[in-house]
Design a protein around this ligand. Structure first.
Ligand SMILES: NC(=O)c1ccc[n+]([C@@H]2O[C@H](COP(=O)([O-])OP(=O)(O)OC[C@H]3O[C@@H](n4cnc5c(N)ncnc54)[C@H](OP(=O)(O)O)[C@@H]3O)[C@@H](O)[C@H]2O)c1
Length: 301
């Protein structure tokens, strides 16, 4: 599909690929960007699903040999594109793409989160965290999250979190224990340096822990407490999910966005010409923990 790009969003992985810290075979010259939303301009002869004029969104571009999305036009395999539901904006569709699919894969395919279970996620106003909070609520879980300020904690509650803890001033472990005395069923770790002593102590019997960040991390691991409770660890990278797995996630995401149950948390919208500044801001926050971002950076050509 040739897509006329209307909106793209920044993900931390875009910055790792651009800087070379995550090495991948890339087409040269290379265009950055995984996520996009736009309108089909033209289709190839094998097109089955979409026709010119259809509104589409997608992710998983700009890596594994595929060209990126930060452009006026992007040529994308049809299998990586999904329809934008009526009433959902291009900015929303682009901002939710990678983080929404990531949250779905982790909660549904990996953790098999069930109704009534307790989920904990660090950073509920961040890109992945805000999608995890809302999708866990859509799956009828009880959600505990953390944030680095009272304002961001309020944002998390607006997103549906049952408990939002300001990790800079509150005792997170004691507050989690008081809310979930039986333990946390699913612990979603977004931090790049997980503390397993803490999280395993707070997990419920048969608790599942999701790991998806921190390639360099080599933390200590409490083997005994972990296996005696019958816990499991689930690591994944969304870009390795098959097109079919990603489409299954996208279908649910479309149902929830159409029903108003899932909205991207957009921090700011910039012109595409500000891509370099957008990467710097993302790096300052994800790597430098600047705390100046609450959600996604969206850019528009
Ligand atoms: N494996 C995968 O498939 C996959 C997919 C997407 C992303 N990722 C990775 O996941 C990580 C998060 O991505 P993102 O897009 O969500 O980044 P992000 O938008 O920068 O969010 C990072 C979050 O971490 C929170 N945080 C920072 N320090 C904290 C602390 N000490 N305690 C609790 N929370 C803290 C921040 O909250 P405050 O601002 O409130 O401090 C913020 O909400 C990145 O490393 C990214 O590369 C992996």
């Amino acid at each position: 599909m040739l897509v006329r790009v209307k909106a793209v969003s920044v993900n931390p992985i875009d910055t790792y690929i651009r800087s070379g810290t995550v090495a991948m075979t890339l087409p040269m010259p290379f265009i950055v960007g995984c996520d996009l939303a736009g309108v089909v301009e033209a289709t190839g002869p094998a097109a089955k699903q979409f026709k010119p004029g259809d509104r589409v969104w997608g992710s998983n571009q700009g890596l594994l040999g595929r060209q990126g999305t930060f452009a006026e036009f992007a040529a994308v395999e049809e299998g990586w594109l999904y329809p934008i539901p009526p009433g959902v904006s291009d900015e929303q569709a682009a901002a939710l793409a990678l983080v929404g699919i990531t949250a779905h894969l982790g909660l549904v395919r990996e953790a098999k989160l069930r109704s009534g279970e307790v989920l904990f996620v660090n950073g509920g106003s961040g890109g992945v965290g805000s999608a995890v909070v809302q999708i866990a609520k859509a799956l009828d879980a009880q959600v505990i999250t953390t944030a680095g300020s009272d304002e961001k904690a309020a944002v998390c509650r607006e997103l549906g979190a049952d408990l939002a803890i300001n990790y800079k001033v509150q005792d997170v472990d004691a507050t989690v224990k008081a809310f979930a005395p039986q333990g946390v069923n699913v612990w979603w770790e977004t931090l790049r340096e997980p503390n397993f002593d803490r999280s395993v102590a707070l997990l419920a019997p048969r608790g599942r822990m999701i790991l998806m960040a921190g390639r360099e991390a080599r933390p200590a691991f409490p083997v005994g407490p972990f296996y005696v409770k019958g816990c499991s660890l689930h690591g994944f990278a969304m870009f390795n999910a098959t097109p079919e797995e990603q489409r299954a996630a996208a279908t649910d995401i479309n149902h929830w966005t159409a029903a108003g149950k899932l909205r991207a948390r957009i921090d700011r919208i910039l012109p595409l010409s500000e891509a370099a500044a957008a990467h710097r801001l993302q790096e300052q926050n994800t790597l430098g923990r600047a705390g100046t971002l609450a959600g996604k950076i969206v850019l528009k050509p």
